[in-house]
Ligand binder design. Sequence first.
Ligand code: C2O
Ligand code: CU
Ligand code: CU
Length: 521
Amino acid sequence: MQRRDFLKYSAALGAFSALPLWSRSAFAAERPALPIPDLLEADAQSRIRLTVQAGKTTFGKHTATSWGYNGNLLGPALKLQQGKQVNVEIRNQLSEETTVHWHGLEVPGSVDGGPQGVITPGKSRSVSFTPTQQAATCWFHPHQHGKTGYQVAMGLAGLVLIEDPHSQQLLLPKSWGVDDVPVIVQDKKFTAEGEIDYQLDMMSAAVGWFGDTLLTNGAIYPRHAAPRGWLRLRLLNGCNARSLNFAISDKRPLYVIASDGGLLAEPVAVTELPMMPGERFEVLVETRDGKPFDIVTLPVSQMGMSIAPFDKPHPVLSIQPLRVVASGMLPDKLVQVPALPSLEGLTQRTLKLSMDPMLDQMGMQALMDKYGAQAMGGMDHGAMMQHGGHGMNHGSMGAMEHSSHGLDLHHANRINGQAFAMDTPQFAAARGQHERWVISGEGDMMLHPFHIHGTQFRILSENGKKPAAHRSGWKDTVKVEGGVSEVLVRFEHDAPKESAYMAHCHLLEHEDTGMMLGFTV
Ligand code: C2O
Ligand code: CU
Ligand code: CU
């Protein structure tokens, strides 16, 4: 370890004290309460109404125009029952087109809300479907082609909870907003005028859009008063590009009970829980001792760097236990997760993720120019070499600037050599058949959270390794970071050409600049 790194590391540990941050300040009472999204269930006619609208939200010292579903920011949590049809009526009151995609839901392509499912301003769209998958925490968000990153950054995202008879029988914490708590974590940044500061440019197309303000259900480091016993957190990394690594300030364990597609076979105890954009995990945390603590996100190095304020443990949510005792429990066994079937004779498909080398190089250069010494100090040599960043002198910068004019940003990211083309699905998967998809990101060292529509899959290998225990259940997003990941997919619904399913990088700026393909079932 270099001396500089060592100093940094020790400083980070020092800041990561057992006590929650608020207890060391005079401002405990000023922490905002954690906003809890409304639970919205279908009415007697099986209807759910969603209005996509603009409003205003105050984020700390900024008051910004923001977008939400049925409100100013984010959206309600939709509660759906397995086997029960629901009819969602979506009204678009924005002045631009949008779509509403059901991330993680196994529903037909015609109602999946991918980039083809456009709702023009002032218009409505109704979609009906019946969830058949097991209980899970999924989410919904826009999928407007080329604008997904922008629309999510403006605030559009909500949870979808699927329930089934088995999940209802388990003695897990179930009291919404009390001991069953949604935790949607996103980063944002603001202009001098206080508006949400989004841009899809060379740098964000290369490395993603990152903010300097962390929001939990839209609030900055809020507090939640929880009963003693067990607390269930439904975590969503709703960031455009930022990976998070959840932990607890006093290092008590997080018991992971569910991944993207629902319950695991049994709880998995972890002290750190890395989560990529798009991923969900449900965790239980013990609050029996009545001591306050923080949920924090530990420094994560993406592109070999972590930039302030995320170079130290960063508070996400303060938990302040109450005197009352809750009744939820942590069961030993959760659900039956089937053994992996034989892989012999399966259709195999290769998806090679790539970035235009010029984008990779120029994006890294832009990052260097912006964060300069700070970023260089935190960046490891290997990552710099990977990005062609060895010639960090002004001569080479000038040359790169000069050639930037030739690069088409919206087609700069690719799968199998091609940028996304809406009218050209890349292949047809057979309905009801297992397939083995091999996703490779060997061309760069970027983190690509790779997501597939219409399925909950199983990870066979993740970036060249056997998946961790809590990543071995049902998933819809897999990590690809300079290596190869293999997943076992199966599609139970049709997706015809006009409403093909999508497979893409969930780093939204990669998705918006071409790292996506359509496929039919
Ligand atoms: Cu969460 Cu295709 O998206
Ligand atoms: Cu999706
Ligand atoms: Cu990517």
